[in-house]
Design a protein around this ligand. Structure first.
Ligand code: LIP
Length: 288
């Protein structure tokens, strides 16, 4: 069931339907770029960590999306994964801000593993109001406008409402690109607690795209996803889609999620989400 319409004070000048339409249009165009390059062998560079990869298609896709929004909405601001990697400030202000991951799942993209997505969110007054996540390889378009429900390829999606126990839940999590020994010990310790008795999660997957992980929880293919070390562009669009599908998104200790805090815990129900928060231990990261 869709979340209660959120009471966001929006200026009348903000036409969410138009913003959403433009986000879907450019996600499809960006999808063509990503799909055309998908089956080619690709060269890549590394970013902050040795397993944090980037290709020229990531950069081209981000430029395509930025240019589209700059032309349509010149007064809006932008946060994009690749621009931040190349030195731009990751600054979320009250101004309408498009938060973009041009290819979420770059390692998958390089490997030709068909779990990649273009992720586009819009925040106004720091509130997320639009989420669009497109997997161009499987041709699945997930999207939501706050207060108006979530869809996949135009069909309404809702979380299942009967999964409240970890032993009923298919979990998704990821190791992340930072392989610092102490950090990875904590990642594995969290996982160990969730999959062992008494919690005994039904199964664990690591699919390599935070954005799609959240969409899969939103449509019931999985029941929960958590990760430490993600960035705002990995989760911004997914937050809108998952909440609109009736799911729950929290910070690691069960508080309201701060999208700059580099962590996310989400689930198909609030009860399950809080149970996960009670089991895992926060792994601290520098803020975005
Ligand atoms: C990736 C995430 C993934 C996470 C990786 C990385 P990218 O995004 O979606 O869940 O584990 O560390 O951040 O870099 O492919 O856009």
């Amino acid at each position: 069931m869709a979340a209660e319409p959120k009471k966001i004070k929006l200026d009348e000048k903000h036409d969410l339907k138009l913003y959403h339409e433009e986000a879907v249009n450019i996600a499809r165009k960006a999808g063509n770029l990503v799909r055309n390059a998908f089956y080619e062998d690709k060269s890549f560079e590394t970013k902050e960590h040795k397993t944090d990869l980037v290709t020229k298609t990531d950069q081209e896709t981000e430029t395509l999306i930025f240019n589209h929004f700059k032309e349509k909405f010149p007064s809006h601001s932008f946060i994009g994964e690749e621009s931040v990697a190349y030195g731009q400030k990751c600054d979320l202000t009250d101004n309408p801000t498009w938060i973009i991951d041009p290819i979420d799942g770059t390692t998958n993209f390089i490997q030709k593993f068909p779990f990649v997505a273009i992720s586009i969110a819009l925040a106004i007054n720091k509130e997320l109001v639009i989420g669009v996540i497109y997997n161009p390889i499987l041709d699945e378009m997930f999207s939501a406008i706050t207060g108006q429900g979530a869809t996949c390829n135009d069909a309404s999606i809702n979380v299942p409402n009967d999964v409240t126990e970890l032993n009923q839940a298919l979990l998704i999590t990821e190791t992340g690109a930072d392989r610092n020994e102490q950090r990875i010990s904590s990642v594995l310790e969290n996982l160990r607690k969730l999959i062992m008795e008494p919690h005994l999660a039904r199964g664990v997957r690591a699919l390599g795209s935070a954005a799609l992980n959240m969409c899969y929880v939103a449509c019931g293919r999985a029941n929960a996803y958590y990760e430490f070390g993600i960035h705002c562009w990995d989760v911004a669009a997914g937050i809108v889609i998952l909440k609109e599908a009736g799911g729950s998104v929290l910070g690691a200790t069960g508080e309201e999620l701060d999208i700059m805090a580099r962590e996310v815990v989400c689930a198909s129900s609030d009860v399950l989400c809080k149970k996960i928060c009670n089991v895992i231990t926060r792994i601290p990261h520098d803020r975005d």
